[in-house]
Design a protein around this ligand. Structure first.
Ligand code: HEM
Length: 123
């Protein structure tokens, strides 16, 4: 018998419901973080969560397809700093930990964020 294909990160995490839970926790942690929550004052949060579920699902090998704007246009004019970017990454790390995501998988996810930093940070 041929070997079964290696599980995708999406499967390792627990698929759509597990990702939705991580996103809910992540957005909750961001909303409570005074270093960055002001940035989201005018944001449609249910829409943002939907787009994050799509983006994460696609990036981790799931069937979702991201339907939002590219990262540069999404963040243009917000004046996001490196410190704010790092605060957000820390919040994601916290959400992943809370959900028992193994460090190995966390590192792969965080490594996917780093290349997006130049598109998100403006100063
Ligand atoms: C690699 C890191 C990041 C990723 C992957 C990411 C992802 C996203 C996505 C998918 C959207 C929705 C795009 C759309 O509206 O079409 C979005 C919007 C937004 N992001 Fe980020 N983001 C990142 C970093 C940040 C940081 C550091 C901040 C601020 C501290 C931030 C603040 C916002 C805000 C305020 C919006 C909503 C903009 C609006 O309503 O027009 N993001 N982000």
């Amino acid at each position: 018998e041929p070997a079964a294909p290696a599980p995708t990160l999406y499967q390792q995490l627990g698929g759509a419901p597990a990702i939705a839970k991580v996103i809910d926790d992540f957005v909750g942690i961001v909303a409570a973080d005074s270093r960055i929550n002001f940035q989201f004052a005018k944001t449609d949060i249910p829409r943002l969560k939907q787009l994050l579920r799509e983006q994460f699902g696609q990036a981790l090998g799931g069937p979702e397809r991201y339907s939002g704007r590219d990262m540069k246009s999404s963040h243009a004019g917000l004046g996001i700093t490196n410190a704010q970017f790092n605060a957000l990454a820390e919040n994601l790390y916290e959400a992943l930990n809370r959900n028992g995501v193994p460090y190995r998988v966390q590192n792969v996810i965080l490594a996917k964020l780093a290349p997006l930093q130049p598109d998100v940070v403006e100063r």
